[in-house]
Write a protein that binds this ligand. Sequence first.
Ligand code: URA
Ligand code: CA
Length: 433
Amino acid sequence: MHINELIEKKKHGQDLSSEEIHYWIQGYLKGDIKDYQVSALLMAIYFQGLNEKETYDLTNELLHSGDTVDLSSIQGIKVDKHSTGGVGDTTSLVLGPLVAAAGCPFAKMSGRGLGHTGGTLDKLEAIQGLSVDLSVQDFIKQVNEIGLAIAGQTANITPGDKKLYSLRDATQTVDNISLIAASILSKKIAIGSDALILDVKVGDGAFMKTKEEAEKLSTALVKLGKAFNRNVMALITSMEEPLGQAVGNLIEVQEAIRVLMGQGPQDLEDLCLNLGAKVLVLAKKFDQEDQALEALKETIKNGQALAKFNEMIKAQGAQIDAQGLLDQDLSPLLGQVTAQEDGYLASLHALTIGEAARRLGAGRLSMEDVIDPGAGIYLVKKIGQKVTKGETILELYGKDSSEIQEIIQDIQAGITYSKDPVQAPTLILHEVR
Ligand code: URA
Ligand code: CA
């Protein structure tokens, strides 16, 4: 077998066998197959696609390229969640405590943010003293003891995906449904939860820009998950504007706490309750979604969800609790984006706001960049709300004011107004099972 034969086959639209995909990933990891050869193969795949079996085989190879985490020593049906990435997507910080408070173990290994999308680990690290670097043993122990852990991926999970993803990122071959599905699912299957809910974001702030693409990705992910015997479903949700009112790290932790106290923004609360209710039914904790929904709402009312959040951060080393976090100051207010007209907010460009948060210090362009936990954006107004000229729409927090005028102008350029009332975007668009 030679890699050039595989490139030639795929170039002409032929299928790769399981053995060929094994040879490719193993050879690439060992260094026998070079970046330039895999780049050519990836581009051929970009144009010719992978069929279902090839996608399964690739996922399987990536999954077995490193360690897998066996969660079978955790009692109960373990649940996990994955989002394809958005702006101000505070969901995991809320969903974990909610679901755990309702009695289902939540075991999530998460990633860091890159570009305009934030990462749950960076948000958690805004909490003084908290560590996301749990060993597999400590991760399992914590889920067993308190029903909840959100940690970083231990070093050797799916190294094949890490290497392949870097190359895809450098060769414009990220945006292929099969490659994305194999990449995401390999990481999720490597960590053995029983039920998995996928939040597939669609809109200008997301990977998937159209509903059709989101639908295709969701279908591919759900099929793949089932092929690996996972109880899996996907929810397609809107990312036309940031989720909730906070974009950043500490600011999103504070937002999550408010939702857990029943005082958070409606869209974020709705999404978390919906994802939670569906995953609790998926995990067979409840028969009906409306029962699950009531149980989740009850954990907010009776304080159990907030207590779970406090238990989790304490178990992971936090020297502060939810109330302390709410009292903590953000970085200085550097500027505000104000309404240029009277009317209703018609659009807020999520991608631009995500980029702006990154430029304020809340995110990174390369993995080496250091994050300012107190940097971020607060959305005083969202799409559909009425504004008068001069009124504040967004507040910008950070430490470095050198680019602030350009950041404000860029955000302004993404905002449109309407004289007529505007509907807030529908958040939950579709579910795929
Ligand atoms: N997220 C992933 O983990 N992998 C992809 O390929 C795209 C998004
Ligand atoms: Ca948010």
